[in-house]
Design a protein around this ligand. Structure first.
Ligand SMILES: *[C@@H]1O[C@H](CO)[C@@H](O)[C@H](O)[C@H]1NC(C)=O
Ligand SMILES: *[C@@H]1O[C@H](CO)[C@@H](O)[C@H](O)[C@H]1NC(C)=O
Length: 181
């Protein structure tokens, strides 16, 4: 029983470590940024990414012509700009993903959402690492608290935790081996 508890604790630690190691910065549309130029298929862009809690999403655009609104699924589907959950207008907005679910964004300038300036950031809930109930409270990531400075935090978290994470992984595998033998 003690061994199982220990394995579960290790697994929980591993989950948190992996989330921190994997924290990444994504610029929506890559080099094209957030635009209506027609060169970016945001659905395709998003479909090729595996987003994780702690990741930072950057919207870069000309603030004279575009903006960013976070909306509900219903608003996203209907391109309904009347009551956004949040609006960003700096032209260089970084948003830290804090929860496992869909995060819907579009440009609130009339007509832009309709022609495809909308993106669904889907942080998978079915991630197998998240299945242990004990890992549920482990989602808060220090970098998530200060959206403005989150990019540097996301990067700085990576390196110190990287090597520790590998050590923990090694320890975990050794323990697992001991459990199975
Ligand atoms: C847009 O959303 C608002 C608030 O949810 C709602 O009251 C309104 O009916 C919606 N408009 C359309 C055209 O769906
Ligand atoms: C946007 O902000 C990031 C840091 O927050 C910075 O590295 C990048 O150069 C900025 N881009 C522009 C176009 O200002």
């Amino acid at each position: 029983m003690a061994l199982v508890k220990r394995a579960v604790a290790l697994l929980t630690a591993m989950t948190l470590m992996l989330e921190l190691i994997h924290a990444a910065v994504y610029k929506v549309g890559d080099s094209a940024g957030w635009t209506t130029s027609g060169t970016v298929d945001y659905k395709q862009w998003s479909a090729t990414k595996t987003f994780q809690v702690g990741d930072v999403i950057i919207f870069e655009y000309n603030a004279q012509f575009h903006n960013v609104m976070r909306v509900t699924h219903a608003m996203y589907r209907a391109c309904n700009t009347s009551a956004p959950l949040a609006t960003y207008t700096t032209g260089n907005d970084s948003i830290t993903i804090k929860t496992r679910r869909h995060h819907f964004f579009f440009c609130g300038v009339p007509g832009h959402c309709q022609i495809g300036q909308k993106v669904d950031i889907n942080v998978l809930q079915s991630d197998q690492m998240a299945q242990t109930p004990s890992s549920v409270p482990s989602t808060p990531v220090p970098s998530a608290k200060v959206p403005g400075s989150s990019i540097s935090n996301a990067f700085s978290l990576k390196s110190p935790f990287g090597s520790i994470g590998l050590t923990v992984l090694a320890m975990f595998l050794i323990n697992l081996e001991a459990l199975l033998c």
